[in-house]
Design a binder for this molecule. Structure first.
Ligand code: GDP
Ligand code: GDP
Length: 456
């Protein structure tokens, strides 16, 4: 059965596969003023081509595309965060740590005219812990007279220091050769990096009989298959491009929706496998629920799968045409009780049969995708956290009170936050922070994750 179903679990199929190729990433790390930005400009040849992240008033980590000897790679400039009350060391350490985590190799920049400071030593500890290939740049070696100072940096234990003048370009060729040796040819591919611009990918999921094929037929505008048809009689392509609200959307793994597996041994298992496969390929999940029936455990399980896969989520209550007053009343109670985990998801009440509210589907999907891609600038996030923590400090535990020192958004799709704290933050307090983040910034239709790093 599995072979016949043609499961494609890796999600890297077809024509758009090439767009998913991930370039190796180099993180440029160092304390402020050592010349990171100058060096990054030198590496990218001053083409200010920002390929990721939106540089705001306060710059966050900014990614540029670069190439050397015909090899393309990305450069992440970890500089430029505002230094505030938290103190320079905590800030520099936090930004370096996050930059390094997302990189394949590290370019550590030291000001050779100053030598290694305590902050440099702290950074070296972080670099060591990360265990990524590292190239040591001794910057501001503008002429032969400063080369001796660069040689002192051998003592840092990071291998050969490359003497460079980021300002004038001296030594930058040798440095880049070393960087290319440190970067992997083909970094591990991650699906989340899919190039933007193509049609957005939707997984239409839900337990059997909620109306997935009916809805698909309705939005596709034609009865391409007969609902309830016997298994295996239609041969659909795996994904379908469907135009909705003036845009083309890719409904992924629709063959799995249209081909019905009923009362077969292991049907549940295959349904769940198929749901994961679709989620793997999708950006947004439209979870269909049969509103005319009591919420089933399988409904909540499918919603959990979408949330855990980190996808944007829209909940569509189907068969609305069959609802009477009484059912509607109980449905609202069920939602309050059983679907708290997706309170943030946009909700549409539709009927695949009558076409009711089909036009609300696209706006809901777009809202969810927007929430999924929202990025909060570091300065704004910290202003918000500062106020929040002042008004609602963490409860004192064992005579100690954990403080949030600093926070940053480590990623989007879905939004991921990292909080640096002076102690362990209780789950209840983390949930409180998530609730307030949602109140402040929206994040409609997206799961968000918050992780905490404890600083001694
Ligand atoms: P960042 O804070 O690490 O990004 O440092 P910047 O790139 O902003 O540089 C800090 C200062 O050092 C600026 O005034 C630069 O002009 C200067 N600088 C950067 N690279 C060099 C260099 O190779 N030689 C000299 N003499 N100055 C440099
Ligand atoms: P799937 O298993 O999720 O793909 O569900 P189907 O699309 O095959 O639908 C299962 C049954 O529900 C079929 O008999 C459909 O005609 C019926 N159905 C689907 N959507 C609606 C709806 O909005 N209203 C009503 N009354 N019936 C529906």
């Amino acid at each position: 059965l599995a072979a016949e179903e043609g499961f494609d679990l890796d999600g890297f199929d077809g024509a758009d596969g090439a767009e998913h190729v991930r370039l190796p990433v180099l993180a440029v790390v160092g304390r402020p003023n050592v010349g990171k930005s100058t060096l990054v400009n030198r590496i990218i040849g001053r083409r200010e081509a920002v390929v990721e992240d939106k540089p705001g008033v306060t710059r966050d980590r900014v990614t540029y595309e670069a190439s050397w000897n015909g090899r393309r790679f990305k450069v992440v400039d970890t500089g430029g965060w505002e230094i505030d009350v938290l103190g320079i060391d905590a800030m520099v350490a936090a930004q370096a740590e996050l930059g390094i985590e997302q990189a394949d190799a590290v370019l550590f920049v030291v000001d050779a005219t100053v030598g290694a400071t305590d902050t440099d030593e702290a950074l070296i500890k972080i670099i060591r812990r990360a265990g990524k290939p590292t190239v040591l740049c001794a910057n501001k070696v503008d002429g032969p007279s400063t080369e001796a100072e660069a040689a002192y940096l051998w003592s840092l234990g990071l291998g050969e220091p490359y003497p460079v003048s980021a300002l004038h370009g001296r030594g930058s060729g040798d440095l880049l050769d070393a960087v290319m040796d440190a970067l992997p040819e083909a970094p591990p591919q991650t699906f989340g990096d899919a190039a933007p611009g193509g049609p957005r990918r939707i997984a239409l999921i839900g337990r059997p009989n909620v109306g997935k094929s009916s809805l698909l037929n309705k939005v596709a505008g034609e009865e391409r298959v007969v609902v309830n048809e016997l298994a295996g009689t239609t041969r659909d392509p795996v994904d379908e491009m469907i135009e909705l609200g003036g845009k083309t959307w890719k409904f992924v793994d629709t063959a799995g929706i249209r081909r019905r597996v009923h009362l077969t041994a292991g049907a549940d298992f295959y349904a769940s496998l198929r749901t994961s496969a679709a989620l793997e390929k999708a950006e947004v999940a439209v979870v269909l629920i049969d509103a005319s029936e009591t919420l089933a455990e399988q409904d909540t399980r499918i919603i959990s799968m979408a949330v855990e896969a980190g996808r944007a989520v829209v909940v569509a209550y189907n068969k609305w045409d069959q609802l009477d007053e009484e059912r509607r009343y109980y449905l609202e109670r069920e939602i309050e009780r059983d679907l708290v985990q997706v309170q943030w998801a946009p909700r549409v009440n539709v009927s695949a049969k009558t076409g009711r509210h089909m036009e609300k589907l696209v706006p809901a999907i777009e809202t969810a995708l927007e929430g999924w891609e929202t990025r909060i600038p570091t300065a704004r996030l910290n202003a918000f956290l500062g106020e929040l923590v002042a008004a609602h400090p963490h409860p004192i535990r064992g005579g100690k009170q954990p403080r949030i020192l600093f926070g940053t958004q480590a990623g989007i799709r879905p939004p991921r936050f990292v909080l640096f704290a002076s102690g362990f933050l209780e789950a209840g307090y983390r949930r409180f922070i998530e609730r307030r983040l949602r109140e402040e910034f929206g994040f409609v239709g997206t799961p968000i994750s918050i992780s905490v790093r404890v600083r001694e």
